[in-house]
Design a binder for this molecule. Structure first.
Ligand code: PAF
Length: 278
């Protein structure tokens, strides 16, 4: 059975209060909709009363980005939520989330200026602001995010720590197509040749992972090999290919601590991100 869809903050709070009165823990899966098996895995990872928010958040899109054309597929999303066991869908309007007299946002700091933040100024301010609002609206015990968005998960974990938000952030493994392509709502923008080329992104990341485990300790050499492999993908343009400290996201000289190889690649006009931890 499809979970109820509510659109107002008051309705979510009433539903969560009722679940709490039944002694259920509450989980939140924040999404922008266009759900796929990766989101379904996040929903299944939730426990008790699982709220899925579906909100294409305008404040995390740049002026030249795909906010207007971002896929909105509520009927299909409801079916995925039902199959994965969600309890409630919160699908607010932009006015409900950002009434005209809203002024406050979350200042992310340096973690938000690197990697995707360098290419998408203000993106993580928008992400953190909406996620903090969702935390305050739902009041979940746990919140579930995908590891594909490594930097996002890292920044949200830091925000929760820095601002003492009483929620446990859980990061769930990336779900991939059989050919390795990380599931993403944006994969549906790819035409057939682009879709055929896109799995090479993960192959390049796996090669970097293997080189590191074979003894390569020079992060710059690893990065340049990764960049070269990504640049060779037909129709691809590398936005960034970095090997960075897994915690600070700062550049590394040597691989002497946990690291992440993180990439953003335009395949045609579609920007895809992926990563592997090293
Ligand atoms: O990862 C996403 O889909 C979005 O950035 C999120 C976390 C739902 C905030 O809008």
């Amino acid at each position: 059975m499809s979970p109820p869809v509510v659109t107002t903050v008051a309705e979510v709070r009433a539903a969560v209060d009722a679940a709490r009165a039944d002694h259920l823990p509450v989980s939140l899966v924040p999404t922008m909709g266009a759900l796929h098996e990766g989101h379904a895995a996040l929903i299944r990872a939730g426990t008790g009363f699982v709220v899925v928010s579906i909100f294409v958040n305008p404040t995390q899109f740049g002026p030249k980005e795909d906010f207007a054309k971002y896929p909105r597929t509520l009927d299909a999303d409801r079916a995925i939520c039902a199959a994965a066991g969600a309890s409630l869908i919160f699908a607010p309007s932009v006015d409900e989330m950002y009434p005209s007299n809203s002024f406050t946002s979350v200042e992310v700091g340096t973690l938000g200026d690197l990697l995707c933040g360098a290419s998408r100024p203000g993106h993580f301010r928008g992400v953190c602001t909406v996620v903090l609002k969702l935390f305050n609206i739902v009041g979940p015990d746990t919140a579930h995010f995908g590891a594909k968005d490594y930097q996002q998960a890292r920044i949200i974990g830091q925000m929760v720590r820095d601002l003492n938000v009483p929620v446990e952030v859980r990061v769930e493994p990336t779900v991939r197509e059989p050919d390795g392509l990380a599931l993403s709502s944006r994969n549906r923008y790819l035409n057939a040749p682009e879709r055929a080329a896109a799995p090479a992104i993960y192959r390049a990341l796996q090669a970097a992972h293997m080189r590191a485990h074979a003894g390569e300790v020079d992060a710059a050499r690893l990065e340049s090999a990764l960049h070269a492999e990504l640049s060779a993908i037909p129709g691809a343009r590398v936005d960034y290919a970095r090997v960075v400290d897994a915690y600070t996201l700062q550049p590394l000289a040597r691989l002497d601590r946990p690291a992440v190889a993180a990439v953003a690649v335009f395949v045609g006009t579609t920007r895809l991100i992926d990563n592997v931890t090293i």
